[in-house]
Design a binder for this molecule. Sequence first.
Ligand code: MF3
Ligand code: CO
Ligand code: CO
Length: 279
Amino acid sequence: FTKQSLTMTVTIKTETDIAHMRVACKFASEVLDFIEPHIRAGISTGELDRMMDDYMVNVQKTISATLGYQPPGYPPYPKSCCISLNDVICHGVPDDEKFLKDGDILNIDITVITPAGYFGDTSRMFIVGEGSIAAKRLCAVTYECMWLGIAQVKEGATLGDVGAAISAHANANGMSVVREYCGHGIGKVFHEEPQVLHYGVKGTGLKLKAGMIFTIEPMINAGKRDLRTMSDGWTVKTKDRSLSAQWEHTILVTPTGYEVLSLSDGYPPLPDFIKTTKC
Ligand code: MF3
Ligand code: CO
Ligand code: CO
């Protein structure tokens, strides 16, 4: 989420919190499993949003964390998820007039709130039909960036280790890391400390402790990292109109490593566009 000044306390979750977060994050992932077969040329992003909202409310009995969400300085967010198409970096607002077409790449970012009040946050990339080689490469490199960052997580490692691993891989592939938005602590609050930057210097920054829960959600641009926010106050695009990709998981720090909380039984069906792409 938006890099900003927050209070400096990082909470250590209790076993009860962790059990609730496993449930919340799995629900978020299952919303994406549900919507995947409906992603095709001709459907609008507004229609996808309605289908996911219906699934959350009526099937899962969760609610969207984004609907009506209003951080300081923002208008209330009007939809139940973010759908970010092509050159949209993040916070794309679903729209009944925006129809998917062959070759589009899109990120769908879902955050649910369970009846117990816990937030689960995850996002994935999808490609409509056969994407271009450049689009597949961007999605695959970004997926690898997320997992390289996750692989750094363990008690005693630092957030600088996470950011450095992500940016090294993006830069080695000639891509750029967005700096204005970052991962975040999460629990009974949507966005809390720590801020998880997707760039940094190994060995610096917050030292990780078992029981911390945060997202890792790198936004990687095929071109330059510069961005522009649209007049709706939410949609963020690349300034040079280059494609942008993002993947997100919610992660628990454990004594020996990490647990990815936002996995579902249907995940990862490693998408073909990643299996077949060499980074
Ligand atoms: N889910 C986004 C994140 O990863 C936040 C979306 S806030 C919204 O932090 F209001 F734009 F939906
Ligand atoms: Co998210
Ligand atoms: Co997030």
